[in-house]
Write a protein that binds this ligand. Sequence first.
Ligand code: AMP
Ligand code: ZN
Length: 110
Amino acid sequence: MENCIFCKISKHEVSSDIVVEDAETIVFNDIHPKAETHLLIVPKKHIHSVSAVTAEDWPIVMNVVKKAAEVAKDKNILGYKLVFNVGRDGGQMIDHLHLHLLAGGKVELP
Ligand code: AMP
Ligand code: ZN
């Protein structure tokens, strides 16, 4: 997708504070953290939103959730919130599916 910031981050065309990545998923620190730890788990494939996932893409979304749990375990984060914002009314500002992982301190919902 042209002009999609998360597509550009996934392709390393825009720099980000990457925590981990694999062929399908990239994890980086949110630029405006709403908790001590605020990560974004992003599929490299451009999927608009949870509300736009096609049957073939649900496994990608499952892997996004799995990756969040793995990163939390690796970082020894025992308790955290996982948030998908869906649609403008749901607080989604970037139209490329992403999962927020928030932990520590005074957690605000993104
Ligand atoms: P949402 O409101 O659910 O669409 O969340 C988008 C998130 O992306 C917000 O928490 C932003 O702070 C974050 N964000 C926007 N641009 C960047 C960027 N270039 N690098 C890291 N995080 C970003
Ligand atoms: Zn995108």
